[in-house]
Design a protein around this ligand. Structure first.
Ligand code: ARG
Length: 459
């Protein structure tokens, strides 16, 4: 092989600095298996369509198989001169099988080849993402099941609002991850389109059979417009967008764990194996894992933003700018998978401090709404009941007591509708049990939600 495939047209050799600047093998070598799989399918299609012979296709496929082994055993050498993974494999194929290697690239361009490689990679990767999400979803359901009797304050505005079951709180994250799972499932469908045969941008003059290639690679659909095919990176954008939303969820969970692990909350103790100490302050146990998940979220958002910016001004069809898509995609995949994985390991080992949580749920007038609701059941209009309960809160505050610590006589100063049955209604347990509207935190609802989650692990 001459130094470069385009040497025929050029008088000068490529400057070494340009070779180093334009090379992508440092990162796109990660696509080697997909590139080889795609090339084998392509040469079989060429043979089937009578463009090369069956023997030639077999020789090419065998050589490609050998290259895969070489790369996997670390014998393969990469050099800037050969730019990307596609040219490395083609060049090595020439060394192994001789001149017939020059036929592999018939009716194909690196533009449709790279689109195929990334789609193959991302289709497989998205399945892994979904599997990791399912593992973490199952962890959350297990945790919910084990903590069905643990109560904590639910918050709005980070102010104690109403008591909820810890299981209900955990299942809120289960819901978020379930939507993430659905999103990745939808992204996967749009990844699953076979681009090869668009060639450089306009299709090819050879009598190729794109549907045959698709069938071999298990693609249910073939892309339609050849220009869109080589210009399209929506499927990467969509993966990054779904990854960003998923990271928002993980980051919110992280923020809660950081807060909950503080002495101020004291709701959770992190496992020693998943925390770090301070090099100077002996008393400290730091929540580094949740902090880093929260921190890494920025990286995934950044990858999405960079990818959007990369694409926004590109004229049709392929542009070399698009080579920059891969580091962004790989970085987000690794970050997301790393975070999902570590949380699946860490969450089962959290020690929730049920007494601290219960105490917090019992303090700070979390039963004020229930007091108002009580008055409504006794015939007072809600707005008036809200005002009356507010006055009682004010009175309790002034006397440094909780509502349920006031005597019946004290309560009755504010309304003669209040009777001894009020005290039962103001216990945390009753407050939770009575929130039995569909989706509410009642024990029965939560038990049913756990059961439902167990019955349909995937949706
Ligand atoms: N390394 C290139 C990329 O990732 C492959 C396609 C190059 N095509 C080209 N015409 N230079 O985008």
């Amino acid at each position: 092989m001459t130094e470069k495939p385009w040497d025929g047209r050029f008088d000068e050799k490529t400057d070494r600095r340009v070779e180093a600047f334009t090379a992508s093998h440092q990162f796109d070598r990660r696509l080697y298996a997909d590139d080889i799989e795609g090339s084998i399918a392509h040469c079989r299609m060429l043979a089937k369509s009578g463009i090369i012979t069956g023997d030639e296709a077999a020789t090419l496929a065998k050589g490609l198989g050998q290259i895969k082994t070489e790369i996997e055993s670390g014998q393969f050498t990469f050099e800037d001169r050969l730019e990307d993974i596609h040219m490395h494999i083609e060049a090595r194929l020439g060394e192994i099988v001789g001149d017939v290697a020059k036929k592999l690239h018939t009716a194909r361009s690196r533009n449709d080849q790279v689109a195929l490689d990334v789609r193959l990679f991302l289709r497989r990767t998205t399945q892994e993402t979904i599997a990791l999400l399912d593992t973490l979803r199952a962890v959350l359901v297990d945790l919910a099941e084990q903590h069905q009797d643990v109560v904590l304050p639910g918050y709005t505005h980070l102010q104690r609002a109403q008591p909820v079951l810890l299981a209900h709180h955990l299942l809120a994250y289960y819901e978020m991850l379930t939507r993430d799972r659905q999103r990745f499932g939808e992204v996967r469908e749009r990844i699953d389109v076979m681009p090869l045969g668009a060639a450089a941008l306009a299709g090819t003059t050879y009598p190729i059979d794109r549907h045959f290639t698709a069938k071999q690679l298990d693609f249910p659909r073939v892309s339609t417009n050849s220009m869109d095919t080589v210009a399209d990176r929506d499927f990467i954008l969509e993966y990054l967008a779904a990854a960003s939303i998923c990271m928002v969820h993980l980051s919110r969970l992280s923020e809660e764990l950081v807060l909950w692990a503080s002495a101020e909350f004291g709701f959770v103790e992190l496992p020693d194996a998943f925390a770090t100490g301070s090099s100077i302050m002996p008393q400290k146990k730091n929540p580094d894992v949740p902090e880093l998940v929260r921190g890494k979220t920025g990286r995934v958002f950044g990858d999405l933003m960079a990818m959007l910016t990369l694409m926004k001004s590109l004229p049709l069809s392929y542009n070399r700018d698009m080579q920059e898509d891969k580091p962004l995609l790989f970085s987000s995949v690794d970050t997301l998978h790393g975070c999902l994985d570590i949380y699946a390991e860490m969450l089962p080992r959290l020690k929730f401090q049920r007494h601290t949580m219960a105490k917090a749920a019992n303090q700070g007038f979390l039963n004020a709404t229930d007091l108002a609701d009580y008055l409504v059941t006794k015939g007072m209009p809600f707005r008036q009941a809200h005002g009356c309960a507010g006055q009682i809160v004010g009175f309790a505050l002034a006397n440094q007591k909780e509502i349920h610590e006031l005597s019946l006589i004290e309560l009755q100063q504010f309304s003669d509708l209040i009777e001894p049955d009020i005290f039962d209604q103001l216990t945390t347990e009753q407050m939770i049990a009575r929130r039995s509207s569909y989706g509410g935190t009642s024990q029965d609802n939560v038990r049913a939600a756990i059961k439902a989650a167990r019955q349909k692990p995937a949706s």
